[in-house]
Design a protein around this ligand. Structure first.
Ligand SMILES: *[C@@H]1O[C@H](CO)[C@@H](O)[C@H](O)[C@H]1NC(C)=O
Ligand SMILES: *[C@@H]1O[C@H](CO)[C@@H](O)[C@H](O)[C@H]1NC(C)=O
Ligand SMILES: *[C@@H]1O[C@H](CO)[C@@H](O)[C@H](O)[C@H]1NC(C)=O
Ligand SMILES: *[C@@H]1O[C@H](CO)[C@@H](O)[C@H](O)[C@H]1NC(C)=O
Ligand SMILES: CC(=O)N[C@H]1CO[C@H](CO)[C@@H](O)[C@@H]1O
Length: 626
């Protein structure tokens, strides 16, 4: 078992990067890695342990129609081209495709680090995931993600890319065996495989997922299906159904073109690195959302615990993670900032104390959150027929930030040209302050930041004239304390982001969505030195992913509220770079409530075992249990 830990100054134990140099493929950092002796793993020979991330179940109750995508064994893949497969839409799966789920399943046995991986369909990223760390007796884990929002991508043949840079040698023996499958849920029963329709039959437009693919809309054979947008004949615009919760008609990858691979992430390592993609958007867009996919590695794997550069300099420390605790992914449209991501601090399966994350991974580790930015107010700029550029950079980056985006576009089926204009745009300079108070290796660093980005615009489409406003506000606070010559480190952080999207006709609001996210984080660790390079570390961690979404339109009114929190504690004794003994305990409360149902689960684990696991779909789990 491998761990990625960071230790600073008490022992000045800083691992160097491993011998894995020279390749262009990014992988999870090898800094501060610990490995646990196999003797501490569950007994060899037992059946593979099942590892998992607590998540809301996805998929319908009836069995899906499955479309196998690929199977690949990732042995020494570092620096090699990604695994690829050809995807052909499964014409044997009956329509409508009500829900599409990507199933990732993996096995691994031996000793291995946590590796970052992602799956792209035609350059559109549909999953970013961290691998589970294996045991000597082997593990199995599965990730199931609702990918219905990418429906337009799955209707066309695509090149599928799975990037997972792994290193196998005498010490790191774990080979990741990964299968990818698409599960398609339909209200109708799917046809049996043997009854599949002939391959040259057109891929049908799925009725369950409104599709207004421009390619189809203007070939003269398909009639304009504008009527899908309104409740019925004779309706006034006040009952306009804005299809904002339907999958986009077209998704343009904002990804690094790379030969035949169909596009993958850009690896940004400093704040001056820029990921930039130019493209010619279609001219009949009426809605645009940029989804940003990001993770962080190397010296920024634990960016939220990094001390300020001034502190490092004052103490004459070089080669340490730095740049303080604040990071921001900035998104530009033609050089104007249109959005920001203040990321949720995902902890990978070897992070902090690896013993916490067996069998349940940290929040988001197997299915990293992506971040949506409504850029519809800028649609007027997009539809002028000219080339446009979306770029991304990471403020204060000091490590490895693989980023890319998916530009979700909704196209007007009844016209080849929409119009629009920006009415208001306000993105005042963000505030970022760090108060430093330190003497030698001890001190307190208080960082706070705030930002607002607001825009409004109008769009003239077959839906009429719509006014669209999108406003985002961001707040961040981090207090980092070092005591006892920095052998005691305490991080208290919170990130709060609100987003409000309002779409209206001149007289009525047809759609509104209010999103509130907060990511509280607390970590306290104490290191106790022993002889030679041995030390014991005690750590307590609490963190949460909280998000409320309220969506109101003329046809639907729904809310979703997720409070997903974990509290972990444990200790480990480390010799050299190996965990020789230790224990990790985790308590998690996944509390999802929505207008369509709920999922409430409380899980307690300790030393690889589940001691308490109660799921309540009626949502009566006692809140006192955690
Ligand atoms: C992948 O699929 C093959 C063929 O169905 C199966 O034998 C294997 O066990 C699967 N592996 C994983 C990791 O799911
Ligand atoms: C503080 O550091 C000393 C060694 O310098 C160690 O003996 C002691 O246990 C540490 N205390 C805490 C609370 O970490
Ligand atoms: C962790 O929490 C326990 C109480 O639950 C406390 O006794 C211990 O000192 C804490 N350790 C650290 C490193 O904060
Ligand atoms: C953890 O579990 C292993 C295997 O069941 C056991 O041998 C060990 O004593 C346990 N450790 C602790 C600290 O409970
Ligand atoms: C803003 C800031 O402190 N940037 C620093 C981030 O780290 C790199 C490398 O350590 C420095 O070169 C930058 O100055």
């Amino acid at each position: 078992m491998e761990g990625s830990r960071r230790r600073f100054f008490f022992f000045l134990v800083i691992a160097t990067f491993s011998s894995e140099t020279g390749g262009h493929v990014l992988h999870s950092s090898n800094r501060h890695r610990l490995r646990k002796q196999p003797s501490d793993s569950p007994a060899a020979g037992s059946t593979p342990a099942v590892f998992f991330e607590v998540a809301r179940p996805v998929g319908g109750s009836s069995p899906p129609c499955s479309s196998f995508i690929m199977q690949h064994a990732f042995a020494y893949t570092y620096g090699l081209p990604s695994a690829v497969a050809n995807y052909t839409p499964p014409s044997y799966c009956s329509t409508p495709w009500d829900q599409i789920v990507l199933k990732w399943s993996g096995t691994c046995k031996g000793r291995q680090y946590d590796r970052i991986a992602a799956v792209w369909f035609g350059g559109v990223e549909i999953l970013r995931t961290c691998t589970a760390e294996p045991t000597s007796s082997g593990i199995y884990w599965e990730v199931r993600k609702d990918v219905t929002r990418f429906a337009s991508v799955f209707k066309e043949p695509q090149l599928v890319v799975l990037e997972l840079a792994n290193v196998v040698d005498d010490t790191y023996t774990g080979i990741f065996n990964i299968n990818l499958t698409l599960e398609i849920y339909s209200s109708k029963r799917h046809l049996d495989h043997v009854n599949r329709v002939s391959d040259n039959e057109d891929i049908v437009v799925n009725e369950g997922i409104p599709s207004h693919n421009a390619k189809h809309a203007y070939n003269g054979n398909l009639q304009c299906n504008f009527e899908k947008f309104v409740d019925g004949p004779g309706e006034t615009t006040s009952s306009l159904v804005f299809p904002a919760n339907s999958p986009a008609d077209l998704i343009i990858p904002i990804a690094k073109a790379d030969g035949l691979s169909g596009g993958h992430w850009f690896d940004l390592t400093t704040e001056s690195d820029i990921a930039s993609v130019s493209f010619n958007p279609p001219k009949n867009i009426y809605r645009a959302v940029l989804e940003v996919c990001v993770s962080f590695h190397g010296t920024d794997e634990f960016w939220y615990t990094n001390p300020p550069t001034d502190y490092l300099e004052a103490n004459g420390l070089t080669g340490y993670p730095g740049n303080g605790t604040f990071r921001e992914v900035q998104i530009f449209l033609d050089d104007v900032i249109v959005g920001a991501v203040w990321p949720f601090p995902v902890i990978f399966t070897g992070g902090i104390n690896p013993l916490y994350w067996r069998p349940a991974a940290a929040i988001g580790a197997y299915n990293l959150p992506s971040y949506d930015i409504e850029i519809t107010p800028f649609v007027g700029l997009f539809v002028d027929g000219a080339e446009h550029t979306i770029s991304m950079s990471v403020k204060n980056a000091d490590g490895s930030w693989p980023v890319n985006g998916n530009l979700h576009l909704w196209l007007d089926p009844c016209t080849s040209q929409t119009l629009g204009g920006l009415l208001n745009y306000d993105a005042p300079l963000s505030s970022l302050n760090t108060e430093l108070d330190f003497e030698g290796l001890d001190g307190t660093f208080h960082t706070s930041a705030g930002r607002k980005i607001a825009s409004s615009g109008y769009i003239v489409s077959s839906l009429g004239t719509l006014l669209v406003s999108a406003s985002y506000s961001y707040e961040f606070e981090n207090i980092l304390v070092y005591q006892n010559s920095s052998s005691v480190q305490i991080v208290t952080q919170d990130t709060m982001v609100t987003g409000e999207i309002i779409i209206k006709t001149p007289s009525n609001v047809v759609f509104s969505q209010h999103t509130t996210s907060s990511f509280p984080f607390y970590l306290s660790s104490s290191d106790y030195s022993g002889a030679n390079s041995m030390y014991t570390e005690e750590c307590n961690l609490t963190h949460a992913f909280n998000q409320d979404i309220l969506t109101v339109s003329s046809s639907v009114s729904m809310f979703e509220s997720l409070k997903n929190s974990q509290a972990a504690e444990g200790s480990m004794t480390v010799v050299g770079s190996s965990v020789t003994t230790g224990i990790g305990a985790l308590q998690q409360h996944f509390d999802f409530q929505s207008s369509e149902g709920c999922y409430d689960r409380i899980l307690h684990t300790k030393n690889y075992s589940i001691s308490y696991d109660v799921t309540d779909l009626s949502c009566q789990v006692s809140k006192a249990s955690l």
